[in-house]
Design a protein around this ligand. Structure first.
Ligand code: KE4
Length: 429
């Protein structure tokens, strides 16, 4: 496999782009080598500028759940483009997408669209503070909620991959109201409530996907909701990754728990920049122009992005691919476990719905510390061999592989072959 043109573009991009990327995880820092430059994608495949084609398990880190360039989404965007790109005023499609979203999440009477998951969480946190009149927020180590100052204290995803304990440029004052708990450890949350009486809310990924995949144990979401509400705080569920992916109503539908505030992104825009936050009326009525909590955005509710979101969610709801996602993920888990056993490689596979990833460790992985015990060098070897065998994975141990409904049986056969070749390479490394 040649990466000559990607290399040329990488070098050219260094002049005006930081690391030749617009998001750190794309830099391939933790797997070595240089970032891929993509030319095009269709269905389950993505093609780089050197003409190498891969089965795509990155899917833009989640949004492309229908696969790339789905015909219904393409049609909806093309139609919307004919009316104009952005108006700075409301359009009918914002109402349409808002209804789809609020119908999917019973805990949401109203929603506000923004332009990214970061913006959705930033606003959700501000809303919890506005509604409760309290300042502190608890987050879980290893969970990543976007790059707002207050939450870059123990983030997973990019920061974990880059092993930075926080971020430069985040002032002490910005994080003094952020408390850190351990995922799947309710007692670590209770300890904070025993020590502080000004906690506005607790935020979590209901299924963690930014330290690799880490699933909640022992009814975590339900117990957290009951405890946090009893303490006069709000449960903020970050469904940027799990929303519409683990189930149409997100992890909340699966675990039968209603968040006080829900944050969304990724799939909701079908590949276009859309984030959202929502809650029941009494909470959302705090938001300007109705209430005193300010939040705004030039391109919020962008009509093209709304059209992409409506067609993506409508198509997804009709397809209802969730059972098949579970089956395909179980099949890939079997491929990984069997190949690892055959080649004597220690792995733990965590999966949840259409999110899956192997950790190169013999330990179970239920939190960030255990995730960090995995052998990232082995992951790097595995990653590159998968690439050479035509499967594009997120270039980091601390990410989730994503499935799309465009994956075919033939793709699965190719993934199986690639996993066997990659596991053999790891065993020999
Ligand atoms: P964005 O601002 O990147 O749209 O969303 C931030 C965010 C919020 N919450 C969760 C649970 C998330 O997973 C994310 C973003 N996820 C990463 C992937 N781990 C996006 C990829 C990237 O940073 O380039």
């Amino acid at each position: 496999m040649e990466f000559k043109k990607s290399q040329e573009l990488y070098n050219k991009g260094l002049e005006n782009l930081v690391g030749s990327v617009n998001s750190p995880v794309r830099a391939f820092a933790s797997v070595g080598g240089n970032p891929l430059f993509i030319k095009k994608a269709k269905g389950s495949k993505i093609t780089d500028v050197d003409g190498n084609s891969y089965i795509d398990l990155v899917l833009s880190y989640g949004p492309m759940i229908l696969g790339h360039r789905h015909k219904k989404v393409q049609k909806a965007i093309t139609k919307a483009l004919k009316n104009g790109y952005s108006f700075g005023a409301s359009t009918k499609n914002e109402i349409k997408l808002a209804k789809i979203v609020c119908d999917a999440f019973p805990g949401m009477d109203k929603v506000r669209f923004v332009n990214s998951g970061t913006e959705a969480v930033l606003s959700g946190i501000r809303l919890a503070r506005a509604f409760t009149g309290k300042d502190k927020i608890i987050k879980f180590s290893g969970c990543y909620h976007g790059h707002q100052d207050a939450l870059l204290v123990a983030a997973g995803s990019g920061l974990a991959t880059l092993s930075l304990p926080g971020s430069k440029g985040v002032p002490e004052g910005a994080v003094k109201n952020t408390l850190i708990a351990n995922y799947n450890d309710l007692d670590s949350v209770k300890a904070h409530f025993e020590a502080h009486d000004d906690i506005a809310g607790v935020i979590l990924e209901p299924v963690a996907g930014n330290m690799g995949v880490v699933t909640p144990t022992n009814n975590l979401l339900k117990e957290l909701k009951e405890y946090v509400n009893a303490k006069g705080a709000l449960l903020i569920v970050d469904e940027v990754m799990t929303g519409f992916r683990s189930k149409f109503g997100g992890a909340q539908e699966l675990f039968d728990v209603e968040a006080d505030i829900t944050c969304l992104g990724k799939v909701i825009g079908g590949g276009f920049p859309v984030g959202a936050y929502g809650a029941r009326n009494e909470i959302m009525e705090m938001v300007a122009p109705l209430g005193g909590m300010y939040q705004a955005g030039t391109l919020s509710g962008n009509p093209i992005a709304m059209a992409a979101g409506i067609s993506t969610l409508t198509t997804l709801n009709k397809q209802n691919p969730y059972e098949r996602f579970n089956e395909v993920a179980a099949t890939i888990e079997t491929y990984l476990i069997e190949a690892a056993r055959e080649h004597g490689v220690e792995i733990t596979v965590n999966r949840f719905g259409s999110m899956i990833n192997p950790f190169f460790t013999s330990k179970t992985v239920t939190n960030f510390e255990e995730a960090q015990s995995s052998d990232t060098q082995k992951f790097a070897t595995f990653f590159w061999e998968m690439m050479h065998n035509g499967v594009f994975l997120p270039p980091s141990q601390f990410e989730a592989w994503f499935l799309s409904s465009a994956l075919s049986e033939k793709d699965l056969e190719k993934i199986k072959k690639a996993i066997n070749a990659a596991m053999e390479k790891v065993a020999a490394s």
